[in-house]
Design a protein around this ligand. Structure first.
Ligand code: CA
Ligand code: CA
Length: 145
């Protein structure tokens, strides 16, 4: 079994899922969170692997975002799909990284993820506003390594 439960209670998990739902009310973009203890390969490559594993490339506008966190390594990666890269600048996720880092530094693990999810939603809204026919294309549940 995963040891991620050591880091998040089920109540905290639920709060993160609610943040994802809230963020996706403003954007057609899909946000997912993956949490694991650590990674043996580079965190960036691991993020790509998880992105593929979760079939996150499978959205109409290619606008899914994965927030990957390796808890024990104190590392996180924000990875957006091609559709996002095509319309934003290279430092697009910097503000989202900053809000997460702020909370992580204070040891507020759950809050860092929640703030990151909400910020990512705000940032996505500019380029991918929510539309009336929006579908929840990817699960809002947290994925665990
Ligand atoms: Ca959606
Ligand atoms: Ca979703």
């Amino acid at each position: 079994m995963s040891t991620v439960e050591e880091f998040l209670t089920s109540k905290e998990e639920l709060e993160i899922v609610q943040a994802i739902r809230q963020a996706e009310r403003n954007t057609s973009g899909e946000i997912r969170v993956h949490i694991e203890k650590s990674s043996e390969i580079s965190h960036y490559n691991r993020t790509l692997e998880v992105f593929r594993m979760l079939k996150m490339f499978n959205t109409k506008q290619q606008n899914a975002v994965l927030i990957y966190v390796a808890v024990q390594d104190h590392k996180f990666v924000i990875y957006g799909d091609k559709g996002i890269d095509a319309v934003v600048s290279t430092n697009f996720w910097q503000a989202t990284k900053n809000v997460m880092q702020q909370q992580f530094k204070l040891g507020n693990f759950k809050q860092g993820i929640i703030n990151g999810v909400l910020k990512a939603g705000e940032e996505l809204k500019t380029h991918f506003p929510w539309q009336i026919n929006d579908e929840d294309e990817l699960s809002n549940e947290i994925s665990k390594g």
